[in-house]
Write a protein that binds this ligand. Sequence first.
Ligand SMILES: CC[C@@H](C(=O)O)C(=O)SCCNC(=O)CCNC(=O)[C@H](O)C(C)(C)COP(=O)(O)OP(=O)(O)OC[C@H]1O[C@@H](n2cnc3c(N)ncnc32)[C@H](O)[C@@H]1OP(=O)(O)O
Length: 321
Amino acid sequence: MVLCAVRRQLLGCSSSCGAWARMLQRQSSGCVYSSTHGFNLEEIKEKLQAFPGGSIDLLKQESGIAVLTINNPSRMNAFSGSMMVDLEERVSQLESWTDCKGLIVQGAAETFCSGSDLNAVRAISNPQDGMKMCMFMQNALTRLLSMLTEYFTQCRLPLISVALVEGRALGGGAELTTACDFRLMASGSVIQFVHKHMGLVPGWGGAARLVRIVGSQNALKLLGGAVKADPGLGLQIGLADGVLEVPQAEEGADTLLQQAENWLSHYTKGPAPVIQAVKKVVLSGRELPLSEALRTEKDVFGTVWGGPANLQALASKSKHK
Ligand SMILES: CC[C@@H](C(=O)O)C(=O)SCCNC(=O)CCNC(=O)[C@H](O)C(C)(C)COP(=O)(O)OP(=O)(O)OC[C@H]1O[C@@H](n2cnc3c(N)ncnc32)[C@H](O)[C@@H]1OP(=O)(O)O
């Protein structure tokens, strides 16, 4: 009890010990949902594994840029239950990759993702199972984007991410694009929140993130109208951060993935600790109250001030006396 009182005093936290303990437990688990929400990770993983098909493949490269591929081409890269479990495990792998700087999320076979596997959706269409799948995917995608919430106040995946959208990103696939910092759309591609046509709204956190990306009016139009956002509209409303030309068959043209890596490398060039610090200070500036954001910035600044990259930069400028 004393510890709670001290912690409350130090942090000005007026919450009860119980709430603080629950928050710490959620914070330490790094997730939005925990057992206090009736969320049992192992139970939902077992249920999702019952719907096999496809995979989520992860390639970690020397450059510090990883490539995550949604791989279920026979189903337009629809997310089977086992792919949802794969995704959570790949996020955990990325969180333990200390040299990470960037991530590109793409789909296999020239398309992005057509959302949840409808066969799985039909089988778990009861409210209880739907809620559990929703909480599972929200936890995984919140960690992927390393969004800061009142429970998840530590950036565990400080990399800069890009959704490389080719073909179609529909439903949960559209939501997955919003769990990346940037979206690069190939010519002819479409991002469409088709949820309304399914009698649904986003459940993987896509609505909350979409409002932050395009604003509430544009989000209302995209969701209310199930609007097909092509690259032109995407650029216009800020949903897309760039448009890539699909390379023709001629030899030597950069693939879409190479174009995306070239684009991302402008922002990930430099030592991993510095790039990771950039993501952390931007995240906290975006999502924390000002005083907390300033404290976080101070703390992150302290991790790079006088560090190897800083000292090397100073040494290289020593001739400028
Ligand atoms: C939280 C959101 C989340 C949820 O509520 O759980 C969702 O995402 S719900 C799902 C939302 N997604 C959709 O509604 C898209 C459904 N698919 C389509 O509309 C079309 O397939 C397409 C993506 C527009 C492509 O159309 P087309 O080019 O005509 O190809 P096919 O329709 O023949 O598809 C090829 C093949 O792929 C199978 N497929 C496609 N999408 C899915 C899917 N989401 N789930 C399962 N299977 C899917 C489709 O059935 C075809 O298979 P075969 O019939 O065996 O050839």
